[in-house]
Ligand binder design. Structure first.
Ligand SMILES: O=C(O)C(=O)C[C@]1(C(=O)O)C=C[C@@H](O)C=C1
Length: 280
C-alpha cells in the first residue's frame, strides 16, 4: 500500500489538489468555453513546493537513509527545484507502487527510472538522462568460470535470478528466464543475497552493474559490454503537460551542457563512465 513503508509522509495535501488539473491536460480543448487546464508548473510555483516520488533503493540514483534521500537523480531534482525557487518534498515509494504513487501524490518521479511503452501510456518522460541496457552481475568466481554471460546461460533450471518486485528487471526476467528460478527481494540489500549464495545472478541496468562491480569485491559484471537490450532513463512527468515537460527538459539540457549534471554526478561515480550517454 502507498506510504505503508518508508518515509512517505505529509505530502498528499499539496499534491492532491493538483490531480484534477492534470488529468484532462491531454491536448483536447473543451468546446471553447474555458482556457486550457493549468500546467503543473504554475501550481508548483504557486504552492512553492514540488513533490517528487522516489524509491530510495537504487544507488547511485536514489538512496534513502534515515528518512533522507540522496543520489544523482535526487540531487538533480533538488537543483531543479532550486532553479524554480521552490522547495522540494520527496515521497518515498517502491517500484511496485511507483505508478499509482506518482499519479496520486507527485509532480515528478525520479531515481533511475526506465522509459518503456507500458509506462508511457500513463505518463510522459523527460529528455533522456542516460542510455542503459540490461546486463548480468554475479559472483566473481562464477564469472571466472564463464557462467551467466548470456540469456541462455541464465535461463536454465537451477539458476536463481534475483530482482525487486515491480520494476523492469522483473519484467525482463519473466520474459527471458522462464526456465530459471526467479526470486524477489528488497532492493536495498539485494546484492548481499548474491554474495551469500542465496541467488546466483541479477540482470539489471548496466550503470548499476558497473557501480556495484566497483563497490563489491565479490561481485563481477559478467558481460558489461554487450547489454541484452537498450532503453532510456528519465524523470517521470504528468501526461500531456507540455509546459511542465518543456521546463524540465530545457533545464536538463542546460545542466548537461553547463556542467551542473557532471558536478552532481561526480561525487557518486567519480570518473566511472556509467552510461552510453552520447553528446547532448
Ligand atoms: O523499474 C525501473 O524503471 C527501474 O529502473 C528499477 C529497477 C528495475 O528495473 O527493476 C532497476 C534497477 C534496480 O536495481 C531496481 C529496480
Amino acid at each position: 500500500g502507498c506510504g505503508s513503508t518508508g518515509p512517505a509522509k505529509d505530502t498528499t495535501e499539496q499534491s492532491s489538489t493538483e490531480q484534477s488539473g492534470q488529468a484532462q491536460n491531454t491536448g483536447e480543448q473543451g468546446s471553447g468555453e474555458h482556457e486550457e487546464p493549468e500546467s503543473r508548473l504554475a501550481s508548483i510555483k504557486k504552492d512553492g513546493v514540488i513533490t517528487v516520488c522516489t524509491t530510495g533503493d537504487y544507488a547511485p540514483f536514489t538512496v534513502e537513509k534515515d528518512g533522507k534521500f540522496s543520489g544523482i537523480d535526487v540531487n538533480l531534482a533538488e537543483k531543479f527545484a532550486e532553479n524554480l525557487d521552490v522547495k522540494v518534498e520527496f515521497v518515498g515509494t517502491e517500484w511496485k507502487n511507483l505508478m499509482p504513487d506518482f499519479l496520486s501524490k507527485c509532480d515528478m518521479a525520479v531515481g533511475g527510472i526506465s522509459v518503456n511503452d507500458e509506462r508511457a501510456k500513463k505518463v510522459d518522460f523527460s529528455t533522456s538522462l542516460l542510455k542503459d541496457g540490461k546486463t548480468p552481475i554475479a559472483r566473481c568466481e562464477d564469472k571466472d568460470k564463464d557462467k551467466y554471460k548470456s540469456i541462455e546461460q541464465i535461463n536454465k533450471p537451477g539458476v536463481v535470478s534475483i530482482m525487486p518486485e515491480g520494476g523492469t528487471n522483473q519484467e525482463f526476467a519473466k520474459k527471458n528466464y522462464p526456465k530459471g528460478t526467479l526470486k524477489t527481494h528488497d532492493n536495498k540489500t539485494i546484492f548481499d543475497e548474491i554474495v551469500k549464495g542465496n541467488a546466483d545472478v541479477m540482470t539489471t541496468d548496466r550503470a548499476e552493474v558497473l557501480y556495484i562491480d566497483e563497490k563489491y569485491p565479490e561481485l563481477c559484471a559478467t558481460n558489461p559490454d554487450r547489454p541484452f537490450d537498450q532503453f532510456d532513463k528519465a524523470f517521470m512527468l504528468p501526461k500531456g503537460d507540455t509546459e511542465f515537460k518543456k521546463a524540465v527538459d530545457d533545464w536538463l539540457e542546460t545542466s548537461f551542457k553547463d556542467g551542473t549534471y557532471r558536478k552532481i554526478e561526480e561525487p557518486w561515480v567519480g570518473d566511472q563512465e556509467l552510461s552510453y550517454r552520447t553528446e547532448k
